[in-house]
Design a protein around this ligand. Structure first.
Ligand SMILES: [Fe+2]
Length: 328
């Protein structure tokens, strides 16, 4: 049973159960949640209200969460699901908090959905700002359900029928001609230490809301069964709708901010305009399930034969595998 998210036209609403306030940022995506101190000890009503807000608004923002450290960040994450390690990038301290640091060459200035090169890619990402540059370094998110919904019907039907191959092994220098040797080293030695190929439906049926969302982004290599040139044009056609300003929100970070997004219904983009200033964020990622397309077909791993166990902890999808239908 899925429940389509409802958003009232009111700018601010107060959840009667938990008392938290939800203030919309833009018309189609984004809300600020106030009146809550994040941590592992939140009551169930508040957790439900936050989860519902994430599903409805796609990305939610919290100011002033300076009390969070790695452990509290992770403890809060456990209220939304099972924290998971990145399939190839080890965390600095062996916990689930992944460093997103400007000096590690981690400049995510490409529209993407996190970790779509594996079938059960994450459901939620929880990002916390620890050190910020004096200017720039904003993050943008796009609502991929709104992007699908605004397509003319013939294009929705076309998208419904397509599948796409995603991989973590893309032509890094083609998209990062300015890459430093450290960033290249990181890319080759760490990020692609295992090369994944996964085929996903281009339109995924959201497992909680039932909405249809476009599933593309930076890790897409090609549309399955379509020649390269047509593939590129099709990807661009749909990606353009995802990047339309009306479908996006842009967040100017302050230290202590937390952003949580539904990784199954969004893409995001880290703006690389802070020169060499430090920018350090911490990400805790919550496991997701295997996507299912409009035709009921699941995503499939093409390579390797199975997702290797991460360095520690469960693989993504572990907490939902028992409930999921067998992957086709
Ligand atoms: Fe990302």
């Amino acid at each position: 049973m899925t429940i389509a998210p409802e958003i009232t036209p009111a700018a601010t609403t107060t959840d009667p159960e938990s008392g938290i306030r939800i203030t919309r940022v833009n018309g189609r995506i984004g809300a600020v949640i106030s009146g809550v101190r994040l941590g592992g000890d939140l009551d169930p009503q508040t957790v439900t209200a936050i989860r519902d807000a994430i599903i409805a608004h796609k990305v939610v923002f919290f100011r002033g969460q300076d009390h969070l450290d790695e452990e509290r960040h992770e403890a809060f994450g456990r209220l939304l699901g099972t924290p998971i390690a990145h399939p190839t990038v080890p965390s600095a301290d062996g916990r689930y908090s992944l460093a997103i640091d400007s000096d590690h060459g981690a400049r995510a200035n490409q529209w993407h959905t996190d970790v779509t090169f594996v079938p059960a890619y994450p459901a939620f990402s929880i990002l916390r700002a620890a050190v910020l540059p004096p200017y720039g370094g904003n993050t943008l998110w796009s609502n991929t359900a709104a992007a699908y919904a605004e397509l003319p019907e013939p294009l929705r039907i076309l998208a419904d029928s397509l599948r796409a191959v995603h991989s973590n092994a893309y032509d890094y220098l083609a998209v990062r001609p300015e890459a430093t040797s450290a960033a290249l080293e990181q890319y080759h030695q760490v990020f692609t230490s295992t090369k994944f190929l996964t085929e996903h439906p281009v339109v995924r049926v959201h497992p909680e809301s039932g909405e249809r969302t476009l599933l593309l982004g930076n890790f897409v290599q090609r549309i399955a069964d379509v020649p390269a040139q047509d593939s590129r044009l099709l990807i661009e056609l749909f990606q353009r709708h995802i990047e339309r300003p009306e479908n996006t929100v842009r967040w100017q970070w302050q230290v202590g901010d937390v952003a949580i997004w539904d990784n199954r219904a969004t893409q995001h983009y880290g703006v690389d305009d802070s020169d060499d200033h430090d920018r350090k964020l911490r990400r805790v990622t919550i496991d997701g399930d295997v996507p299912v397309g409009v035709d009921g077909r699941s995503s499939t791993l093409l390579h390797p034969s199975e997702v290797p166990a991460p360095a520690f902890g469960p693989a993504s999808g572990a907490s939902t595998a028992a409930a999921a239908p067998s992957a086709g």
